[in-house]
Design a protein around this ligand. Structure first.
Ligand SMILES: Cc1ncc(C[n+]2csc(CCOP(=O)(O)OP(=O)(O)O)c2C)c(N)n1
Ligand SMILES: [Mg+2]
Length: 1026
């Protein structure tokens, strides 16, 4: 045990300097986290020297970490303090009083050999103890390859405190402390050697513990107790045999794939095989502590191994899919296969028994290639599981995320997700993070990949404990995996396991790693596997026999070979996306009838009343009170219902029908535009009141959840997506502050929302509200980039699908719906439609800003009900209108109409006003409320109604944006089918093409807007663009 460092060169110089400094001031350097004189390395292996170090993160002074008695910063101070204490014990702080009393009292009583020892010496030793707790991990042997170039911090060197070899066998007074760990043991006097041995064993073995950044003393003590205990890892024969068995499975699985599919990409786990036994032991421990269901998110590395060995997806199925992925044969309805995905992205779920005979449900969430994007999705799904299983203390459902070292430190969504972890409406009671830290990201060394010392440093912002472990030491990996499960079940917060390992081959199996990491790979080539290491350790210590090892190996290889044989005849089952909640839901191939979404007038009145009634003594803001009075009037008179009330009625009616409604996003409680007021605040007490929480007797407070989110788009949208996927009987909405900001979550739109069903056969009815509309607020607050959502829509622009209402599957076969609705009633119906159907589809809403208060953007309550004869009730009943026809009571044939203006969104109201002003009775204006999928039938109905009309598409967005590019070919297809002209007959009115979404000058905006509205109603024929 090298307790004193073999200092050389620069280090020796630094040591001498520090010794001198230490002699003058034993507390110099903050006494803990700082590493004086040394540049902290931020990587383990290195193939070239670092020239420019990033500034080291500032050390946290010990004094702030825990015990107040360490506040003193010099021996002079200490001596003065002691003199003052001797003169008057009350003159010093209580903690110092305790210290001196303790030292003088106990030291004298305990050992006569202590004579001559000074308080300073005892203090210095205590500081050394503390330094191990803070920085011991810096000396831990974490890198299996031994390539780490981390200087050991001076604070871990006894010489730094003025001790020499001669002091090793001297006895020192340490006292008995009211803290966990070995200082609390009743051994106030110990030799320095025994102290150091314990510290080295606890902190500098193959596990490096980082926990002293946690400000909570109880949590630190809990960990200290576990860490500083004698012999923390005494496993029985049986446990060792299970661990070995699991490691054999993990190792042989990769070897088997490698021999059977020599050139296939599988992103193997070789070099990190201990992950599998680690995860399994973690899950077993979690199950022992009450966990019943685990949601897992993970990247490519080792995914097949996790699927096969942890989640227990049948090996024959994995092998069959590996052999080229047989598409399921079509043996009847409901075997929809979508476009599929590569094998290492697919998700699945299974029940599996644990070591102690319990059962645990494991689901691996499908993920795209985009690293870490699945993190918030897993968190959201876990949270939803907790809601639906009434898991109030969040101990039954656990989220586990696996990460690569490069991704964990590099991808911002990691930080965004971590910051959801303790928020009331987003917490899952702690996620366990496991980093497969193979010390390289594709071809990039850590020194080029991050500025922090460890790849896990981001988690320190959350006060999560971090357990770094040498991936070659199976028992150590298992130990920290179990500890992580215990932490999570005890403290209900995030924890990180950082398995420091290596990648035996290239980034994937057909990649050559020596091009870029030659030195590392030279070492790897002759490095034994974790399995070889563990087998040898067990053999050498006589803990298991060679015969037993052979037997286990043989058993595993026999099963692998049998499963391989069986995979040849493997017939894929029907799609497995239907969890219990989804039974009866239809695939895109199975027709789902369109239903009415109107609600009985008495229910509308009743919920309307409940949602506008405030508790008696509640004192809302005056302006809010007025809004609620107006709302009440709207309900009572049944007239002039505005956007916010329309939305609240949709939520309320869904809630009383027993559905869960959850709306989340930045400032959604009040509403960015101060229109929603779904939570109101008592102006005197600050108390909150949510009317929609009080619709039914004893309403569960989470049944309706409206929640301001953190200022994140990527993680929050991902979270809500995951939430929406768990149970179809929930309306889950995410609202962007302004539609523009949605691009911060682009990965979720591209990789999950628009394509998830097609790739992974998972449905979601998530609603995304994106405030959109040109009202002169400048380039960043006008456009939700409607064009992008439409471009991602997969309805064929040149084929009119079956549109007969009894046969129509158009909306089921499209990847999502994009709407720009213009009335509160239509918004109400489009939201309710999300639930009142037998399938789920994402809904993108271009939501309004100025329509929230527009005098004409109002609906009557009769448009929300389902009474025959009421406005809104047509031949089929009351439901969402995909297109709103001209409001002028036109007949089925209007030959005198000269122009049909088709538009979408709030520009309608401006066009209508201009038309009224100009008294243009020969112009019809129709609103395309649902842009995607395109309402061919209704468009054709209008085309037929106005046989002589010039056809105009009018939008307020620039020509290269908005719906124009989407509408054009579809409108043409609709026209051609009716023999009604060519592409040149579609006239465009709107802004000219532009790089920026909108002008920043208000006056220019007004001019542009006026011009486009006037142009759409000009008397002369429109000649643009042809
Ligand atoms: C968001 C994103 N950017 C880039 C990539 C391309 N890519 C795939 S794997 C990889 C390296 C990942 O390194 P690390 O996280 O350390 O995992 P490892 O492959 O080493 O297990 C990169 C850059 C990606 N998949 N996703
Ligand atoms: Mg890596």
């Amino acid at each position: 045990m090298g307790l004193f460092r073999a200092a050389s060169g620069l280090a020796r110089l630094a040591l001498r300097r520090n010794l001198a400094r230490a002699a003058a001031s034993p507390f110099a350097g903050g006494g803990g986290g700082a590493v004086p004189g040394a540049t902290p390395a931020r990587y383990f292996h290195s193939t070239r020297a670092r020239r420019f170090a990033a500034p080291a993160p500032r050390a946290v002074p010990l004094s702030r970490l825990t015990d107040s008695f360490l506040d003193g910063t010099s021996s002079v101070y200490l001596e003065e303090l002691q003199r003052a204490w001797e003169a008057d014990p009350n003159s010093v702080d209580e903690s110092w009083d305790n210290f001196f009393r303790n030292f003088v009292g106990q030291a004298a009583a305990t050992s006569p050999g202590l004579s001559g020892q000074t308080i300073q010496e005892s203090m210095r030793l205590l500081l050394l103890v503390r330094a191990y707790q803070v920085s011991g991990h810096m000396k831990a042997k974490l890198d299996p390859l031994g390539l780490e170039e981390r200087p050991v911090p001076d604070v871990l060197d006894p010489a730094f405190y003025g001790f020499s070899e001669a002091d090793l066998d001297r006895e020192f007074f340490l006292g008995v402390w009211r803290m966990a760990g070995f200082l609390s043991e009743n051994r106030p006097v110990q030799t320095m050697r025994s102290v150091l041995e314990r510290l080295e064993q606890a902190y500098c073995g193959t596990i490096g513990y980082e926990y002293m950044h946690i400000p909570d003393r109880d949590k630190c003590n809990w960990l200290r107790d576990k860490i500083e205990t004698v012999n923390p890892r005494e496993y029985t024969y049986d446990r060792r045999q299970v661990m070995l068995d699991r490691l054999i499975w993990s190792t042989q699985f990769e070897n088997f794939l490698a021999t059977k599919w020599t050139t296939a990409k599988r992103f193997g786990l070789e070099g990190a095989e201990t992950l599998i036994p680690g995860m399994k032991e973690m899950f077993d421990r979690a199950a022992d502590l009450g966990v019943e269901s685990i949601v897992i998110g993970m990247p490519h590395r080792g995914r097949l191994n996790v699927l096969g060995n942890v989640v227990r997806k049948p090996l024959r199925q994995i092998f069959s899919e590996f052999s080229g992925g047989t598409k399921p044969v079509n043996e009847g309805e409901g075997l929809y296969t979508g476009t599929g995905d590569v094998k290492y992205h697919l998700g699945t779920s299974y029940d599996r028994p644990t070591r102690s005979g319990k059962h645990i449900h494991l689901s691996l969430v499908a993920n795209p290639s985009h690293l870490e994007a699945v993190d918030p999705v897993v968190a959201g799904k876990t949270r939803a599981k907790q809601y639906y299983s009434n898991d109030r203390d969040r101990t039954k459902n656990l989220g586990v995320l696996l990460h690569g070292d490069g991704s964990f430190s590099g991808q911002g969504v990691v930080y965004e997700t971590l910051h959801l972890s303790a928020l009331e409406n987003y917490t899952t009671g702690g996620t366990i993070h496991i980093v497969v830290n193979n010390q390289v990201a594709f071809t990039t060394d850590p020194r080029s990949g991050r500025s922090s010392q460890y790849c896990t440093d981001v988690a320190k912002a959350l006060d999560a404990p971090i357990f770094h472990v040498n991936g070659d030491d199976l028992e150590a990996v298992v130990h920290v995996c179990e500890l992580a499960a215990e932490w999570r079940q005890t403290f209900h917060s995030d924890v990180v396991v950082d398995i420091v390992c290596y990648r035996r081959f290239g980034h994937n199996e057909i990649d050559e790693p020596s091009f870029t990491q030659p030195k590392m790979y030279k070492v790897i080539r002759s490095h034994p596997s974790a399995l070889e290491i563990y087998q040898n350790t067990l053999l050498e210590s006589g803990k298991i026999s060679k015969e037993e090892i052979d037997r286990l190996n043989k058993k595993v290889s026999t099963i692998l070979n049998e499963e391989f044989k069986n995979s040849k005849d493997y017939v894929p089952n029907k799609r497995d996306w239907l969890s219990a909640y989804w039974t009866g839901f239809k695939s895109p191939e199975q027709i789902s009838r369109i239903r009415n979404t109107g609600v009985k007038p008495e229910i509308l009145k009743r919920v309307g009343e409940a949602m506008t009634t405030l508790p008696e003594n509640f004192k809302p803001h005056r302006a809010v009170k007025k809004i609620f009075d107006q709302r009440r009037q709207m309900i009572e008179t049944g007239e002039g219902i505005d956007w916010a009330v329309g939305e609240a009625l949709a939520f309320a009616t869904l809630i009383v029908e027993g559905n869960h409604v959850r709306l989340s996003g930045q400032d959604v409680e009040r509403g960015t535009f101060s229109h929603r007021h779904s939570v109101i605040h008592d102006q005197e007490t600050g108390e909150r009141y949510c009317p929609l929480d009080n619709l039914v007797m004893n309403q569960d407070e989470e049944l309706f959840t409206v929640s301001n989110s953190s200022l994140s788009e990527f993680a929050v949208l991902g979270f809500e997506l995951g939430y929406s996927m768990e149970n179809p009987n929930s309306l889950v909405l995410w609202e962007a502050q302004f539609g523009d900001f949605a691009n911060g979550a682009q990965v979720i739109f591209d990789q999950f929302l628009s394509s998830g069903e097609s790739k992974w056969l998972r449905q979601t009815g998530l609603v995304v509200c994106l405030p959109h509309g040109y009202d002169g607020q400048g380039p960043e607050h006008s456009s939700a980039r409607l064009e992008r959502f439409l471009q991602m829509s997969d309805d064929n622009p040149y084929v009119i699908p079956e549109m007969d209402p009894t046969m129509r599957k158009q909306i089921q076969q499209c990847n999502w719906q994009v709407v720009n609705v213009t009335t509160p009633a239509n918004y109400f119906h489009v939201l309710r439609r999300q639930i009142h159907r037998d399938f789920r589809k994402p809904l993108i809403v271009m939501s309004p800003k100025n329509l929230l208060r527009h005098k004409d953007c109002k609906s009557n309550l009769s448009e929300f009900d389902d009474l025959a004869g009421h406005p809104g009730f047509d031949k089929q009943g009351t439901r969402f209108k995909r297109l709103i026809k001209d409001q002028n009571n036109h007949k089925d044939l209007e030959e005198g109409i000269n122009r049909l203006v088709l538009c979408s969104g709030k520009v309608y109201y401006e066009l209508d006003e201009e038309r009224r002003k100009l008294e243009r009775t020969d112009v019809a204006i129709c609103r395309v409320e649902q842009l995607c999928p395109f309402p061919y039938d209704l468009i054709q109905r209008e085309l037929k109604r106005y046989p002589n009309a010039e056809i105009v598409w009018c939008q307020e967005e620039p020509m290269n944006m908005g719906a124009y590019s989407y509408i054009n070919p579809r409108l043409l297809t609709a026209m051609k089918a009716l023999g009604r002209g060519s592409i040149e007959d579609i006239k465009y009115v709107g802004r000219a093409p532009s790089a920026a979404t909108a002008t920043g000058f208000y006056s220019v905006h007004v001019q542009e807007q006026t011009e486009l509205v006037q142009k759409a109603l000009q008397r002369d024929p429109i000649s643009h663009p042809f």
